[in-house]
Design a protein around this ligand. Sequence first.
Ligand SMILES: NC(=O)c1ccc[n+]([C@@H]2O[C@H](COP(=O)([O-])OP(=O)(O)OC[C@H]3O[C@@H](n4cnc5c(N)ncnc54)[C@H](OP(=O)(O)O)[C@@H]3O)[C@@H](O)[C@H]2O)c1
Length: 430
Amino acid sequence: MLRQLTENDESRDKPQRRDGGTLRRGLPFALAFAVGFLLGKRGDDRSDAGTFERGEGQLSEEASEIRERAMPGEEGESATGESETESADAEGATDQPSSMGSVSGEQVREEEREGEETGAEESEAEQAEEGETEVEGETATEGEVETETAEIDEEVAALSPPTTHGMPMLGLGTYQMDEYDECFESVQRAIRMGYRHLDTAEGYDNEDAVGDAIAESEVDRDDFFVATKISPQNLDYDHVLTNAAESFDRLGVDFVDLLYVHWPTGEYEANDTLEAFAELREEDLIGEIGVSNFTVELLEEAIEVADEPIFANQVEMHPLLPQTELRQFCAQDDVDVELVAYSPIARGDVSDVEELQEVADKHDATPQQVSLAWLREKEVTAIPKATSEDHLRENWLSLDVELDDEDVEKIDSIEERERIVDPDEAPWNQ
Ligand SMILES: NC(=O)c1ccc[n+]([C@@H]2O[C@H](COP(=O)([O-])OP(=O)(O)OC[C@H]3O[C@@H](n4cnc5c(N)ncnc54)[C@H](OP(=O)(O)O)[C@@H]3O)[C@@H](O)[C@H]2O)c1
């Protein structure tokens, strides 16, 4: 194991990506070829044609099933049930028609906004030329608003998250962005703001919207860090390969930076599942192998059996669930697994915590920003989900919040505990 982990360290520092510069729609030939090759190489009767014939419709049904059955925790079950209500609210709020129509709608709105801005600049210039001094109140207010927006934009543009082995330590979560338009627009907004690490999953039913937002952006594919996940019921060897190919197709990429085992449940079997993940990495189709919702014991087993390094474990983490044991385990030199925090602001619940509010007041920040800054202090990557411009911006500006030792101690001393994603079949409940 030690030998393998040393190799892991070396391999991580090497450039991991194939040339991912071109985004393509349709099953990339190289990928289809590689998957066929891997299945053929395996040479057993599991590579039945049926696995290649699973259509989009079936995947969507499966995606619903995942949410209802295989990953009920992501619906937000909590001990108090509060988050379920929040999820329901969120779903209601996203009830929009799902079509490509809004792509052009967004462009139109964008052009309109640009037009409005240009119009405002022109009229200001005209006024200045004409030496107008009246309408003081009105002009001053407009000027103030514009200046304020410009300052915030500069503030946003000046920030970028630290990276760890090429992974930006602040990313965008996309769970529950299953309406195409909402997801596409939110991801586009996030990209404009500077977000480059995008977290999705085959079970989120939004890989197409995420992929389209990437393709439509002016940012090179190589500058993104795209992570997706294979659902529990598809974790047998064959389905890992075919479903990865289908995810790549929906995302419109021929390389994914990080591919996770979504939950160690369903068809997960360490040897079989991780063999397929390792082959995808050996074929340079994925940059890194990730696992999610793994306990220390499951992580130990995965590291032991995998032929390729386990790069990250994505788990729920925030000041109300500090994951101390996992964090200590992952930080050991001979383990060296990144922690990626999901639900990093406890779906908004961090705002009710007195200690976080106190630290937030001290830094003229919000409890959400303090939680994200605290995760950074712990060297943990965070992927808050946000749809609104305000939330995206607020989370991004957490990069400007520097906590001192006293703040971190105060947050570490919080005794309240809350686990939001807590399905019965989760490994920690066995
Ligand atoms: N691997 C797994 O099993 C697993 C499980 C759960 C989640 N995840 C991943 O982790 C991501 C994040 O976790 P999450 O979605 O569970 O929870 P979260 O990021 O902690 O919270 C998201 C919720 O908080 C709101 N929000 C965002 N920024 C805010 C702010 N600054 N102030 C107030 N409210 C704010 C969002 O609202 P708006 O959308 O309205 O902006 C949304 O309702 C997911 O999207 C997904 O990618 C993975």
